[in-house]
Design a protein around this ligand. Structure first.
Ligand SMILES: [Zn+2]
Length: 133
């Protein structure tokens, strides 16, 4: 089981990188096709008050989807760049390899599970402070 991975494993590893890159390209296409049309977020200065309220809600939802897609798109693009430079699958923070399972679930993952959890814990510690205060 723990025999040298260097010999036999190399081919497989390249295959996995290709699979991840394919997944990234698919996701990039999917996000690009989901782009909200400009009409939905256009601001109409002379809209009636009530109509305006409804439109504001629609606009907020549309912008929310748009910005979430945008953030994911940025991460996907960054990951594609990393796949070109050969650093895809390494944690940006500690440089250790990101687990295959994590990359299969989130091909654009930037951090290993440990660093991601540390970041999440820091954020929830902040919100716990708010609750205690
Ligand atoms: Zn890490």
């Amino acid at each position: 089981m723990h025999a040298s991975r260097d010999g036999a494993g190399v081919g497989n590893k390249d295959m996995d990188k290709q699979t991840i890159k394919q997944a990234l390209l698919l996701k990039a296409n999917e996000l690009a096709s989901q782009t909200v049309s400009k009409d939905e977020i256009a601001i109409e200065p002379e809209a009636e008050m009530l109509d305006g309220l409804q439109r504001t809600t629609d606009r907020v939802i549309a912008l929310d989807i748009l910005s979430r897609n945008w953030r994911t798109m940025l991460l996907v693009k960054e990951a594609l760049q990393r796949s070109d430079t050969g650093t895809l699958g390494s944690c940006e923070s500690c440089d250790r390899p990101i687990s295959e399972r994590r990359l299969q679930a989130i091909p654009w993952a930037k951090y290993c599970i440990d660093c991601q959890e540390a970041a999440d814990n820091m954020r929830s510690a902040d919100s716990q402070l708010d609750v205690a205060a």
